[in-house]
Design a protein around this ligand. Structure first.
Ligand code: NAP
Ligand code: G4F
Length: 352
């Protein structure tokens, strides 16, 4: 039975990965942060299962900014695999908290790698680093591959750039089995509500149920390569099963604008929109009712934007047979259905 340690276990990816590893028979240890409100919603169904809690699933308080805690955890758990998913993961927020983002996303990765080395675990423990397509930023090549030069465009991406290279360095310098998954955007009904896809499907569901009037957005011209999160957490596991550590792109090789995502979401809820005007004056009007359902607010613009991402996953396909199954329209459908259901439940609750 293998043992895995997951940072960021309470996040979107951490929750799917935990389910998948438990399914494979792993013992899973997860790092959680102390919070004044509940932050375990995505894994409560696992944690509340008596067959798992403190049997095969263990949670430990910790933080990627706290080395002594990382050292203790490594000593206690001595995992076969570490999945470092913990991060200040919001690009826009990273412009507001750049130093903290560097502490967690860059230095946190270094702290962990160094703790493995110092604990004498370098020949036992394999390390997965949650690297990102944000590294490509102002893209130098289309589509982006493992060989495309990086050009990060936010404090988040610059911090993750450090994380990427410190993985490569510890691999080369000390022979640690450490790999980067360069994952393009991946979404699901568990996506945080301030990321664009979930913000859209959540608001659209609520508008459909009369709980909200209008969706307020930033730049809807940027393009992303969106995939389905559980397929990407499966790729993380496959990356660590390779004999030799390496860096891999996971993506769909399809790109769509934020506007397309909005358009399709509202269509799926029978609220077709007509886009009128330009720039900050652009609005989306519901054709059937003439009501304004979309507005633009520069508050959501970023000081530097990543305009276009599209990834070539050929290496992942060749090396470990990974390819995306869920495509754009299906992803929108999955998320829209889930959030419409949630909105209907909210409406029912509000009526009682
Ligand atoms: P997420 O939902 O935002 O989850 C982030 C996780 O990190 C949460 O569990 C959070 O804990 C934890 N965390 C934040 N600060 C921490 C700290 N100081 N110490 C320890 N843990 C901390 O992110 P995600 O979408 O699952 O993404 C997982 C990882 O993949 C992240 O590193 C992200 O940057 C990277 N990534 C994501 C995508 C994507 O499209 N989703 C693409 C490429 C790379 P709380 O729950 O307590 O906040
Ligand atoms: O959903 P987003 O916030 O994701 P972003 O910036 O691409 O970052 C996500 O994916 C990365 C992988 O490429 C991860 F590394 C990272 O951790 C995170 O998971 O924004 C997507 C696009 C951007 O161009 C943004 O400007 O949507 C645009 N957008 C327009 N209006 C908005 C909004 N984004 C957000 N969050 N909120 C808006 O109102």
């Amino acid at each position: 039975m293998k043992t895995a340690l997951i940072t960021g276990i309470t996040g979107q990816d951490g929750s799917y990965l935990t389910e998948q590893l438990l399914e494979k028979g792993y013992i899973v240890h997860g790092m959680i942060r102390r919070s004044s409100s509940f932050n375990t919603g995505r894994i409560d169904h696992l944690f509340k299962d008596p067959a798992l809690h403190d049997e095969r699933l263990f949670l430990h308080y910790g933080d990627l900014t706290d080395s002594s805690n990382l050292n203790r955890m490594l000593e206690r758990v001595a995992p076969d695999e570490i999945y470092n998913l913990g991060a200040q993961s919001h690009v826009k927020v990273s412009f507001d908290v750049p130093e903290y983002t560097g502490e967690v996303d860059a230095m946190g990765t270094l702290r962990f790698l160094d703790a493995i080395k110092e604990a004498g675990l370098k020949d036992k423990t394999r390390f997965y680093q949650a690297s990102t397509s944000e590294l490509y930023g102002k893209v130098q090549e289309i589509p982006q591959t493992e060989k495309t030069p990086f050009y990060p465009r936010s404090p988040y991406a610059v911090a993750k750039l450090y994380g990427f290279w410190i993985i490569v360095n510890y691999r080369e310098a000390y022979g640690i089995h450490a790999s980067n998954g360069i994952l393009f955007n991946h979404e699901s009904p568990r996506r945080g509500e301030t990321f664009v896809t979930r913000k859209i499907t959540r608001a659209a569901g609520r508008i459909r149920e009369g709980l909200e009037e209008v969706l307020v957005m930033g730049n809807i011209d940027s393009k992303r390569d969106w995939g389905y999160a559980p397929e990407y957490t499966d790729a993380m596991w496959r990356i660590l099963q390779q004999d030799t550590p390496d860096d891999y792109v996971c993506a769909t090789n399809e790109t769509h604008t934020v506007r397309e995502f909005i358009d399709l979401t509202f269509k799926q809820l029978d609220m077709e929109l007509e886009f009128q005007g330009e720039g900050v004056d652009e609005i989306g009007v519901e054709k059937a009712t003439g009501k304004v359902r979309l507005r633009i607010d520069p508050r959501y613009f970023r000081p530097t934007e990543v305009e276009l991402l599209i990834g070539d996953y050929a290496k992942s396909k060749e090396k470990f047979g990974w390819e995306p199954k869920t495509r754009f329209a299906e992803l929108v459908r999955i998320m829209t259905d889930a959030d419409w259901k949630l909105a209907r439940q909210e409406k029912l609750l509000s009526q009682h």
